[in-house]
Write a protein that binds this ligand. Structure first.
Ligand SMILES: NC(=O)c1ccc[n+]([C@@H]2O[C@H](COP(=O)([O-])OP(=O)(O)OC[C@H]3O[C@@H](n4cnc5c(N)ncnc54)[C@H](O)[C@@H]3O)[C@@H](O)[C@H]2O)c1
Ligand SMILES: O=c1ccn([C@@H]2O[C@H](COP(=O)(O)OP(=O)(O)O[C@H]3O[C@H](CO)[C@@H](O)[C@H](O)[C@H]3O)[C@@H](O)[C@H]2O)c(=O)[nH]1
Length: 629
């Protein structure tokens, strides 16, 4: 189904007004068409228009069981944090992918996310009653025993059938064929999951859109429920997720906001308040925002579009900088200090990758087109076009610098994941760069990423670019994936930094400034809450963790992390790259292309490299006339 075929009414023209919720809920608007429940209930909840929800647990039936459908990058970590923070709620995550579920049940989780292991271990395996001494003060901190309340299963029926709240967290990719191909959201996976839910969900269950969906998808859910369970009361909420990969756990533990979209009927508001109470176990109520369903669905797309728009905007400026001698980092600092603009999401580079930005902007653009707003559609589409152009610009710069040809040359690529601190490679800009480079027929493209296993990278690239019967992976083809950065760079004419891993930085970040340290401190605070203290004991370390944590289940499927043979990474996260050592192995004139702004170019040039960075002119260009004096 196309994104809008069943949702063709413009959001702005919806029959339901914006949710100007009265504090006393005296208005139970009958105009909200998608409500399926009795609106005569008198929920004792207090809300403000478009504002935070204030609810008291005693006013509602307790939520005892929650089910997440979809154990991916969103479903898994979100369920884990929710279970961690609500030990009284049984949380089950179901997925039809049995290997993914097996990995969630094992010690090697299917996704790499800093801090995730600790949160999962506590909720999934439970903890031992433990007393730890606190520093030199001889105070002790007591952790009570905790029983498991997070479960993973391929049996979808029972957990869905018993749940008070069901989160739909399945994938919603871009449509590849038919009407809207390449732009509209393909909600068929979502629809199919919803049909399974409709058949078995218990009356009164709350169904929550966690996936990112087109505006008015809640109406699709209502239609499915009406077909499969006519007359049975269900409430539908929108609760989009704003976590970013690599920082998912800190984003979930300390969200900027939790958005809950509901009908403005009393049953809709009651459902919103029940969900708010689940979040309120760890999120302050002032950060939980209630809006109308359509606003919530649309706000998610707009949030991503606005963030991506900033990246494309600064990337257009980077091109101007490269031609004028201005420095894009200076521009970002100068404009970012204006509080109206803000400093975040102004890092010029290779452009945005990942499974969300492109998909969601295209979905927004398609929505505008469907609503006969071609100018709006073109505006948002241009954000994606600039992103493609930015990647091509980098490749052209590499080829030009290497005298117009890559034939016979080895290029080393540092970074394959779409951003640091994740093993996710979906829509990674590195893949686009590799595709362009392959056309130039270099002797070798050597790849290293600290978070992705060589085996996984090889499998993906062979599937993407290998023709049937001919390998593109060495020894048959030019691609060679390494588990060690130095062997990847040895003999190369150019090193391209395509992912912003801290490991590649020069000068290196201090341990305290690393992103891993920030996530660790959030997780420590969360673990401290288990013992109802503000901070963990000073000497909290692995030994202490071993007494608290229970042993983890072994991997019962083939696991590249257990198998340290070829295909496994040498070390993770790995120590900082020694650039002198990289330089010793490279061919003159030792080109380095910094596409993620992680290097002090001057420092590397002093070591004998030739550095080209996005949004800056290299030393050679500076000598050719960019310097005024
Ligand atoms: N990845 C992110 O950082 C992120 C952040 C915010 C929002 N989102 C949105 O969240 C949604 C999920 O994204 P993701 O990255 O977690 O996707 P994912 O592909 O990692 O996970 C989706 C999971 O759903 C499972 N699934 C599909 N149909 C199913 C069914 N009928 N029954 C049971 N399981 C089923 C799949 O097997 C898969 O494991 C998308 O809409 C995405 O746009 C993603
Ligand atoms: O200033 C910046 C910031 C990011 N990026 C790139 O943008 C991409 C996306 O980064 P980020 O937004 O940090 O990661 P995602 O996991 O894609 O998270 C985005 O997409 C999610 C899925 O919808 C949302 O939930 C998050 O709020 C939103 O930040 C990556 O390739 C980054 O390298 C830049 O080039 N410059």
């Amino acid at each position: 189904m196309s994104a809008l075929s069943s949702t063709s009414t413009p959001c702005s023209q919806s029959g339901t007004a914006s949710p100007s919720i009265s504090p006393t809920l005296s208005r139970t608007s009958s105009s909200t068409s998608i409500s399926g429940s009795d609106d005569n209930a008198s929920p004792k909840i207090s809300t403000e228009s478009g504002g935070p929800i204030r609810a008291r647990a005693a006013d509602f039936d307790p939520v005892t069981k929650i089910c997440f459908v979809g154990a991916g990058y969103v479903g898994g970590p979100t369920a884990a944090v929710l279970a961690f923070s609500n030990p009284q709620i049984q949380v089950t995550v179901v997925d039809r992918d049995s290997s993914r579920i097996s990995r969630w049940q094992s010690k090697h989780l299917p996704i790499h996310e800093p801090g995730l292991d600790d949160i999962v271990r506590v909720a999934r395996d439970g903890t031992n009653a433990t007393i730890l001494a606190r520093g030199s003060a001889k105070e002790s901190v007591a952790f009570p025993e905790r029983t498991p309340n997070l479960f993973f299963s391929t049996d979808c029926e029972q957990p869905i059938g018993e749940a008070d709240i069901i989160f739909l967290s399945v994938n919603t990719p871009t449509k590849l064929v038919g009407v809207g191909a390449g732009a509209a959201t393909n909600i068929s996976i979502f629809e199919s999951a919803m049909r399974s839910i409709a058949v078995v969900a218990k009356p009164g269950a709350i169904i929550v859109e966690k996936s990112t969906v087109p505006c008015r998808t809640a109406q699709v859910i209502r239609d499915i429920l009406d077909i499969h369970r006519p007359g049975v009361p269900f409430e539908i909420l929108s609760n989009p997720e704003f976590l970013a990969e690599g920082t998912a756990i800190s984003d979930l533990l300390h969200p900027s906001r939790v958005l809950i979209g509901s009908s403005n009927t009393s049953s809709g508001l009651t459902a919103a308040a029940r969900l708010a109470l689940v979040y309120n176990a760890w999120v302050p109520e002032a950060s939980i925002l209630n809006v109308h369903l359509w606003s919530s669905e649309l706000a998610k797309l707009v949030a991503n579009a606005m963030l991506a728009q900033r990246i494309s905007s600064i990337n257009t400026v980077s091109a101007i900088c490269e031609k004028t001698g201005a420095d894009v980092s200076d521009i970002a600092s100068a404009i970012g200090m204006d509080h109206r603009i803000g400093a975040k999401f102004l890092h010029a580079g290779l452009g945005f990758g990942g499974s969300c930005f492109k998909k969601d902007i295209l979905s927004l653009s398609y929505l505008a087109e469907s609503l006969d707003l071609p100018e709006v559609a073109a505006y948002w589409k241009s954000v994606v076009d600039i992103n493609v152009w930015q990647c091509e610009r980098l490749v052209k710069r590499v080829i030009k610098s290497l005298n117009g040809s890559l034939t016979g040359k080895k290029l080393a690529i540092l970074g394959y994941a779409f951003k640091k601190d994740t093993s996710d490679t979906r829509e990674s800009q590195s893949i686009s760069v590799i595709e362009h480079l392959l056309r130039e027929r270099p002797a070798e493209i050597a790849i290293y990423d600290p978070g992705c296993t060589p085996a996984d990278i090889c499998t993906e690239l062979q599937a993407l670019f290998g023709a049937a019967g001919s390998g593109i992976i060495a020894p048959e083809g030019p691609i060679n994936v390494h588990a060690d950065p130095y062997t990847a760079c040895t003999g190369s004419s150019a090193v391209l930094i395509l992912t912003d891993w801290d490991q590649f930085r020069y000068p290196p970040l201090s341990q305290a400034d690393s992103s891993a340290a920030a996530v660790e401190s959030y997780v420590h605070t969360a673990l401290a809450r288990l013992a109802q203290v503000q901070v963990l004991p000073e000497d909290w370390d692995l030994n202490a963790q071993q007494t608290l944590f229970r042993s983890q289940p072994q991997c019962n499927i083939e696991c590249t992390k257990c198998n340290k043979a070829p295909g496994a990474l040498k070390s993770y996260p790995g120590e900082n790259l020694k650039w002198e050592e990289v330089g010793r192995g490279m061919k003159m004139p030792r080109w380095v292309f910094d596409a993620r702004g992680v290097l002090d170019a001057q420092g590397l040039e002093d070591m004998g490299f030739r550095v080209e960075s996005v949004g800056k002119v290299g030393k050679r260009s500076r000598l050719r006339g960019f310097e005024v004096c």
